[in-house]
Design a protein around this ligand. Structure first.
Ligand code: HEC
Length: 379
């Protein structure tokens, strides 16, 4: 908070209980500040030529700005958002250019991305050191109300059906009658007053399949601090020359010369409920190791990567049961033996009848040293 109100000058704009100068009370009191609209600022996120923002006109050709300032004076000014629960609302800024709160802090620390004549005075290099940046991120994360995070009363909700366009793709949609597109809905299950599992920060949310889930490894750090960052999915881990292959005796299952560390012994069984598909199989483990399970969509993407699927809470490997949704699930096993793997996947991220792939990595000191794979047909 000291950095927020002090060196960072954040509270100049994100002021008061609402943490924004755009709060109604402030604007009612003084609609203009220094000749420009109260509660708006240009931070230099992008060149105003790309998005003129407050400098634009409404559908009737009237200026959006109440200041009616000389041409250009309010270009690139955006409304200062409140910061309550900001940890749950990634990505940030009007164009989503910051994926994490850390990236937001880095943005402010470097004094914005581009310069403009009306850029706010506070937006200049802040020279924060690492611990000041950490403090600022921690402060922003602390603005989350735990009841919101856990969807507890008064933030619980009944079952919600969210319109999601029409079933289909960019070239054709399903129809319910000739010429009438078939509406598609995402279902957000009801939660009781006691709440539900912790909601996942934006890119991890299983109810937004495929949307923004392909961030490069490490670029998304979940704000709950609970879920490990997405494992790299653009390339499947394979033994590197310096990987401790010899020490563990672990190799790629696909390498025909050697024995796999782990292999499914029974063909995977798949069950489904309305929302969840569950894959169960038994793995034979040749020696003690740490195993990491994940699932990917087989749909190839432009960069040859694959889409990582979310493993819902309640997925398990051996005796380790996950308490929250995550991209990977791992556990250490002291000795050889049979390991039951049970993965719960949101059906909204699967295409019925289409294969997806389960990967079980044997982890060495520097990452995966071997990977066993099997395909599963989505129910
Ligand atoms: C000059 C006023 C100003 C100052 C100073 C300022 N902000 Fe902002 N802040 C804004 C505006 C305006 C936006 C929205 C920008 C956009 O969408 O392009 C914003 C956006 C944000 C967001 C993203 C919110 C979202 O939901 O997208 C966060 C987080 C944030 N600010 C935190 C901070 C922190 C931390 C500091 C101090 C280092 C700070 N702000 C200083 C005006 C300011």
């Amino acid at each position: 908070m000291k950095v927020f109100t002090g060196k960072g000058q954040c509270s100049t704009c994100h002021a008061g209980a609402e943490m924004t100068n755009a709060a109604t009370a402030a604007v009612a009191q003084s609609p203009l500040t220094d000749g420009a609209d109260t509660g708006f600022a240009n931070l230099g996120v992008r060149d105003p030529k790309e998005d003129v923002a407050l400098g634009g006109l409404d559908v009737n050709g009237n200026p959006l700005s109440t200041a009616g300032a000389p041409a250009g004076a309010v270009d690139g000014m955006f409304k200062i958002p409140g910061l309550r629960n900001v940890g749950m609302t990634a990505p940030y800024f009007h164009n989503g250019s910051a994926g994490t709160l850390r990236q937001v802090v880095e943005f402010y620390n470097r004094g914005g991305n581009v310069d403009a004549p009306n850029k706010a005075n506070e937006i200049k290099p802040l020279n924060l050191n690492d611990s000041e940046k950490d403090d600022l991120v921690a402060f922003l994360q602390a603005l989350s109300d735990p009841r919101v995070l856990l969807q507890q009363a008064p933030f619980d909700h009944p079952e919600l059906l969210i319109p999601h366009g029409a079933a289909g793709d960019t070239t054709s949609v399903a129809t319910s009658a000739p010429g009438v597109a078939d509406d598609e809905y995402l279902e957000l299950p009801a939660v009781g007053a006691g709440g539900a599992t912790q909601i996942q920060a934006f890119p991890n949310n299983p109810f937004l399949p495929g949307f923004l889930q392909q961030l490069p490894a490490g670029s998304f750090v979940p704000v709950t601090g609970a879920v490990p960052p997405a494992a790299p999915v653009t390339a499947e881990p394979s033994p590197t020359p310096e990987a401790p292959v010899a020490q563990t005796g672990a190799v790629e299952q696909t390498a025909s010369t050697a024995t796999p560390t782990v292999a499914p012994t029974v063909s995977p069984k798949v069950t489904k409920t309305r929302l969840v598909a569950t894959v169960t199989t038994v793995l034979a483990l040749k020696h003690g190791a740490r195993l990491r399970a994940r699932a990917v969509d087989n749909r190839a993407r432009a960069d040859n990567g694959r889409r990582q699927l979310i493993l819902l809470s309640g997925s398990s490997i051996g005796k380790v049961v996950s308490r929250r949704d995550a991209y990977t699930l791992s556990a250490r096993f002291a000795r050889a033996g049979k390991v039951t793997l049970r993965l719960r996947l949101a059906r909204s991220q699967l295409v019925p009848g289409r294969k997806f792939r389960v990967l079980v990595d044997t982890m060495g000191r520097r990452g995966a040293v071997a990977t066993a794979r099997f395909d599963v047909v989505a129910p």
